[in-house]
Design a binder for this molecule. Sequence first.
Ligand SMILES: Nc1ncnc2c1ncn2[C@@H]1O[C@H](COP(=O)(O)OP(=O)(O)OP(=O)(O)O)[C@@H](O)[C@H]1O
Length: 355
Amino acid sequence: MATPGISTDVGGPHTFPHKLVTFRTKEMLQDLYVVKDPLGSGRFGKVYLVEEKTTGKKFAAKQCACRRPSQRKDFELEIEVMNELKHPKLLHLFDAFFGKNEVTLVLELVTGGELFDRIADDSFDLTEQLAVTYLRQICEAIAYMHSVNILHLDLKPENILCLSPDHLDLIKIIDFGFARRYTPNTPLKIMFGTPEFVAPEVVNFDPLGKGTDVWSIGVITYVLLSGLSPFMGDDEQETLSNVTSGEIDFDDECFDEVSQEAKDFIHKLLQPKERHRPTCLECLEHPWLYEMPRQNLDSHRKSLAVAIINLKKFVSRRKWMRSINAVRAMNRLQAGVKKQSSDDLTKNMSKLNAK
Ligand SMILES: Nc1ncnc2c1ncn2[C@@H]1O[C@H](COP(=O)(O)OP(=O)(O)OP(=O)(O)O)[C@@H](O)[C@H]1O
């Protein structure tokens, strides 16, 4: 279903017509695909480049440990959600396999790398105009998800990829492992996510809504324009306390190069109460995203010099944290802990609640 007013571009060099995927057995994976180079890894799995034997077409295969029936259910939900999502800015699923101890999702290949890695490259020139281009695409994609009543619930820089080396201005949103159906008037309470990017209602175990994703988009915007993480504390517990206090400022010198419209946009998205935040469609109508591209001012085409320096540090810190989290998650999975509770957020929230 296309949402009125939302772009319907083709989606990328490795995309394919939308298809409904069901699980097949692991043995078929080896018959059908050749595994090539590693592409990346996360808390739940490793991602490899694979080639379909009959066609030579390239895909990304995400392999995750899956030992318990509850974990299998999580992956069934992920497939169900991806089967439902048809939007050029959202990653498509091509195939899925389950074995005794693992699940493999064969996904559309995205070759441009993680957006924030690209921005941190010396050759990349980040301007506010380009930031607007990215934010418009993110809001369009999430507006579509919300229009079919699905929440992403894990929006963070690592889950935004650039389409291809030739199209670093176009993005694709990945990772629907935490996505959930949203039924209006039915409270949805979930405790997972990534501390720096989760909304206060997640930390407080209050009902979530479409605004929960909007908060994460606000945090991503803040980081993109400054290279600073607005709620980052010395440890996860402090980060979560900062999220619940919800205080942000634009005092750092990097914000001198950022427009008032951008600051107003961030301020509106980072409202502590979920219901006070704009919808994604309203975000697209905000002057920063709507009027600025039409103004085409020189000031919006200037490099965000201070933010770029900060972003390099942000990216290396996130990489370091991800490698630690990946090791911890692997240890927990090996110990048979189920997927959701493997996130550090749960542990830290119980500490917070005990305070
Ligand atoms: N379709 C794809 N094409 C190319 N690279 C990909 C693709 N999917 C994932 N990757 C790479 O692998 C990394 C991990 O993927 P993903 O986020 O899906 O795994 P995860 O285990 O769910 O991670 P997380 O710890 O963020 O929850 C991504 O950040 C990206 O660098």
